[in-house]
Design a protein around this ligand. Structure first.
Ligand SMILES: [Zn+2]
Ligand SMILES: [Zn+2]
Length: 137
């Protein structure tokens, strides 16, 4: 039986699941998120690494140094290019950051904060959420 949340890439080669209800869910406007997604912002959330399970495929990892100077691996499907999750986060050990749009049911999880709003483009309207110019806290 699969756990509460399941997700996959666009071609379905890579699939994952986890059971944790995330308590950090962010809509992030930073330049890293813009470049990695090709969009104005990325919505992602944190899941404990030991709860996050790959159930099909093997994503390709790209090691990357963020604006913060800390390293992380961006994991994507080598077949279709979909970005799925970030792991080995030097700034957040023990956590995996999963992109909301990878979920089979993205409507189940909603952002709790909007961050790096100083990078938000003028045409994007603030969400009705706590706003942070950079990282929260
Ligand atoms: Zn794929
Ligand atoms: Zn970001």
């Amino acid at each position: 039986m699969s756990r509460k949340y399941t997700g996959q890439c666009a071609c379905g080669a890579v699939k994952f699941e986890f059971g944790t209800d995330p308590n950090f869910v962010a809509d992030c406007h930073c330049m890293d998120c813009k470049r990695a997604t090709g969009g104005e912002a990325a919505t992602f959330f944190a899941v404990p690494q030991d709860d996050f399970t790959l159930i099909a495929g093997s994503p390709k990892a790209f090691h990357y140094i963020a604006d913060s100077g800390k390293g992380l691996d961006r994991n994507f499907c080598a077949e279709c290019g979909s970005r799925l999750f970030s792991s080995n986060l030097e700034s957040f050990p023990g956590l995996v950051f999963v992109t909301l749009g990878s979920l089979d049911r993205p409507e189940l999880i909603e952002p709790g904060v909007e961050m790096f709003t100083r990078r938000r483009l003028k045409w994007a309207k603030p969400l009705d959420l706590p706003q942070f110019e950079g990282m929260p806290g």
